[in-house]
Design a protein around this ligand. Sequence first.
Ligand code: PMP
Length: 405
Amino acid sequence: PASAGARDSFNVQWPGLVNADGSRWHYLDTAATAQKPQVVIDAMARAMGADYATVHRGVYARSANMTLAYEAARRKVAGLIGGQEGEVVFTRGATEAINLIAQTWGVQNLKAGDRILLSQLEHHANIVPWQMLRDRTGVEIDICPLTDDGRIDLDAAERMLTPAHKLVAFAHISNVLGSLLDAERAVALAHGVGALILLDGCQAVPRVSVDVKALDCDFYVFSAHKLYGPTGIGALWARADILDAMPPWQGGGAMIDRVTFGTTTFAPAPQRFEAGTPAIVEAIAFGAAVDFVAGIGLNAIHAHESALVAKARDALRTTNSVRLFGPEDSAGIVSFAMEGVHPHDLGTILDEEGVAIRAGHHCAQPLMEHLGVPATARASFGIYNDESDIAALVRGIERTKRIFG
Ligand code: PMP
């Protein structure tokens, strides 16, 4: 058991994890959204309070300072994934980033007869924008199957890819199964047929060290709120030459070079893709979250979460009546089903026990269909979890077993 001092400092650092009576909330839903460390909350409060002003316009010092802080945040975000600041567009999140790519790069470059390769485990955010593009352009979508243990089957991808494929869009880590893509090989396969590759890094950036330059990928997207940062902001990274050639998306202030009623010319990337007053406060807090995570180190985070996954899988196996999904070495995420118990009922009973898991289709309905279940229960880990959370989960499952007889 943690000493009172250790518990106090934990509670100060993670206010979202403290129950009303001062005990610890067993939060196992970090794959949906991460709790925020106090340093991020403080950075956000400062940006919205004492430091607050707009960016890019003001001639006064406060605004100039905010602009510096906003652009410093962009540099931090780019640095976290090994990119250059000019290659990072702030978006509302991963969902908006993928829609932006589909509606700018996609509309400009894809036509009827071209093909896109997705996988069976994609989040709806990496399916629906491509279907909308298909309906607009006539591009066709192929689905790469999974291996038995729930990875994107790259042998199958290799067989499926043709010169008609212009884009491969895969999750770097599955939000349901935790399976980590062999991204180097996926990139090589895509480039081998002349396709670009987009990696959905929502679950990867908070869990593994990512280097877009080493991976040699073309697009990389993720959301701040899963990285211990605020909601309402995320990042689209694209290779500079691709981003420079992409047409603007939304029109408005801040994305222009010069406007007349006759014609408008546009600012260079990334400004060209950030119409209107941006999410200034959120961007600065995103930068603080990057500092926080980088301070701990992604290798340490990955090792911590992998150890918890191994313990959780072992513990769940011994409860028998639990079916585990996904590979043994899944990154930070364990999906499972309990015989005879709907995941929602399990989630409700666990909530009574002070344990928060996710129950549902996890915005991955085609994956549920593949697994042959309407929903799964999912426990996902973050920096703040430890073995007491797994013990609480197992206690809740044992109680559920007794209730359902
Ligand atoms: N892709 C994956 C793999 C995700 O886990 C999520 C969030 N559940 C998204 C995309 C969408 O992210 P957001 O809702 O933050 O835009």
